[in-house]
Design a protein around this ligand. Structure first.
Ligand code: DGY
Length: 329
């Protein structure tokens, strides 16, 4: 029986896909350190891990028999894919199953910051609310405004679709322009990045973390935004220069921000924590019971497929497939 290490316990439906098929080592406690994870990989053929596990070349090398690393996430910037590929280790992710849920949460962030929901909650809980007041916690309207989407992939498109209900003009920019029929169907207009930043009332980020998207939003880009505009980030923390954003918010260069992701999670730039015009969430955009279960089941099925010699549809490094088959899985 192949040995599979599950670095954090998964929902029951996912565990059921693995039990009886593999010899399992499951972490049911606090997150393992890198050394603790490495110590468990000596005999493992499969590893199921989450975004907080850094799976670098050193970790991979601790598992000489590893054939698959399955991330329970669509992003895989925690895994050294090049190192895995050079070892012939398949890397899989969980695309598709979290797009709607993440788009829902993007709107939760946008509405929360525009309409000052968190500040209102705090006021009520702290017993400081004195009753209805014409000028209390005035926010910004969302309907009829301009939404700028950077990254019109699976999640960006779903965010765009939801903007229809708010009668918004939607601008987008991406490395590749979408086909005209997609633009028509979504009701979105292509804009150069600078134009998008200058004209949008809400800028929302949906790009993967790549060398070219690191600090995509820095001091220069933030300075192009309107002083009444808001920045929403549910993609990856390092896409935004957090220090530059904290500075822009403190100086009221933009109206506010809502962030689900941070440059050095779980650390948050100390200046952001003290600012009222920023909503901070702990990387939970895909965190509905249904979606997190679907992600875990998908990761388990990815491992089953590879270890049973079937090609997983969610291979990040498809080029290793021939090698995996050639090793006689
Ligand atoms: C992902 O899947 O990459 C998200 O950041 C967590 O759901």
């Amino acid at each position: 029986m192949a040995r599979v290490v599950v670095a954090r316990e998964l929902p029951r439906a996912a565990m059921e896909r693995l039990e009886g098929r593999f010899e399992l080592e499951v972490n049911r406690g606090a997150a393992w350190s890198k050394a603790e994870l490495m110590a468990r990989l000596a005999e493992a053929e499969g590893l199921i891990c989450q975004l907080t596990q850094q799976v670098d070349a050193e970790v991979l090398n601790a598992g000489p028999k590893l054939r698959v690393v399955a991330n329970v996430a669509v992003g895989f910037d925690n895994i050294d894919v090049a190192a895995a590929t050079s070892r012939g280790i398949a890397v899989t992710n969980t695309p598709g199953v979290l797009d709607e849920t993440t788009a829902d949460f993007t709107w939760a962030l946008l509405l929360a910051v525009a309409r000052r929901v968190v500040e209102g909650d705090r006021l009520v809980r702290e017993g400081k609310w004195k009753g209805w007041d014409l000028m209390l916690l005035l926010g910004a309207d969302v309907h009829g405004k301009t939404l700028g989407i950077l990254g019109l992939g699976r999640i960006g498109r779903r965010v765009a679709r939801r903007a229809r209900g708010f009668a918004m003009r939607v601008l987008y920019n991406d490395a590749v322009r979408a086909p005209a029929e997609v633009e028509r169907e979504l009701g979105v207009e292509w804009a150069e990045r600078e134009q998008l930043l200058r004209e949008s009332d809400f800028v929302t980020l949906h790009v993967p973390l790549l060398p070219e998207t690191r600090h995509l939003m820095g001091a220069r880009e933030l300075a192009l935004m309107k002083p009444t505009a808001y920045l929403i980030n549910a993609s990856r923390g390092p896409v935004v220069d957090e220090a530059a954003l904290a500075e822009a918010l403190a100086r009221k260069q933009i109206a506010g921000a809502a962030l689900d992701v941070f440059e050095r999670e779980p650390e948050v730039h100390p200046k952001l924590v003290g600012l009222p015009n920023v909503v901070l969430a702990p990387h939970i955009a895909s965190a509905s019971v249904e979606t997190r279960t679907r992600m875990a089941v998908m990761a388990a099925e990815n491992v089953v497929a590879v270890l049973e010699g079937r090609r997983s549809p969610n291979l990040v490094n498809a080029e290793v497939w021939e090698k995996t088959v050639a090793r006689g899985s």
